[in-house]
Design a protein. Structure first.
Length: 284
């Protein structure tokens, strides 16, 4: 059996920079992160071990400094938070800022904004938080339920699968042939790289292991993408989740990981696969 790592996998620069910023500010004084800095319980536990607090609501912040996560937030939410007194550090990923600017431009130019993404995801709440009217779609049924507007401006949550985004944009265009539909592709480059590398890997694999937090959107998207090309896909958070019976008749085991998965967790999962499947060290 051999292990085939996807050409792009694991932590993206946005997550890495956000973690580094949190650690830097925590050295200077007490820090609370508002929400999950990344959707990975192992990373969050490591930050808490450094004395960094996590609060899901600004009302529960007890430190003079709080940090907005890599997922970003709206200007309105930022203003509300600052009005309560704390110093706000923004760890918002630059590529989330790109998506915010795209949405602001669509609004300014008179488009009714439609976001392709998960309605309750923190990034989508940030993208829509400065809009009075907008729609969020994720499935065909959501598009079929949209009202007609003369101008529809479509952008996406940065971690959505490009194939789904393009499919929904096409559906919107077919649903409203009279409307001016403008699409701005805001899916981030690291997500695209991980998605396309996952396809290349999953095509060759008998079993695929995807490493990442259960609540990480881009990890779930990787699981769905791999499942289109390989029938045996398993999502694990840590090496402890790996089960020996998954590799019984596998010749090639594919490995990928979401953008919030640290390298050491991926290495531990790979070592565990080798251990339970009795595979040699050489990597593809
Ligand atoms: S997944 Fe993309 S948008 Fe999100 S933090 Fe990473 S690089 Fe930035």
């Amino acid at each position: 059996m051999r292990i085939l790592r996807a050409a792009h996998l694991g932590t993206c620069f946005g997550v890495r920079d956000a973690i580094a910023l949190a650690l830097k500010h925590a050295e200077a004084g007490p820090l609370t992160i508002l929400g999950d800095l990344v959707h990975n319980p192992t990373v969050l536990a490591a930050l808490e071990a450094k004395g960094i607090a996590v609060a899901q609501d600004v009302a529960h912040v007890r430190t003079p400094t709080l940090m907005v996560t890599a997922h970003g937030t709206s200007e309105r939410a930022l203003a509300r938070t600052r009005a309560l007194g704390p110093t706000v550090v923004e760890a918002t990923c630059p590529l989330v800022h790109v998506a915010h600017r795209a949405v602001a431009a669509l609004k300014r130019e008179g488009y009714h904004v439609v976001i392709i993404g998960q309605r309750d995801h923190v990034e989508v709440r940030g993208l829509t938080g400065d809009l009075d009217r907008f729609d969020v779609v994720l499935e065909d049924a959501d598009v079929l339920a949209l009202r007609e507007y003369p101008r529809l401006g479509v952008a996406a949550q940065t971690t959505q699968a490009v194939e789904r985004v393009l499919h929904l944009v096409d559906l919107i265009r077919r649903q409203f042939p009279q409307s001016d539909v403008r699409f701005v592709d805001t899916v981030c480059k690291p997500t695209k790289q991980r998605q396309s590398a996952a396809v290349g890997m999953a095509r060759q694999a008998d079993v695929v292991i995807v490493v990442g937090g259960r609540s990480s959107n881009n990890t779930s998207e990787l699981v769905k993408t791999c499942a289109r090309y390989c029938h045996r896909v398993h999502h694990v958070q840590t090496a402890e989740d790996v089960r020996p019976e998954w590799f019984d008749v596998a010749k090639v085991v594919g490995l990928t990981a979401g953008t919030s998965t640290p390298d050491n967790i991926i290495d531990e999962v790979e070592a565990r696969i080798r251990q339970v499947a009795n595979a040699p060290e050489a990597r593809e």
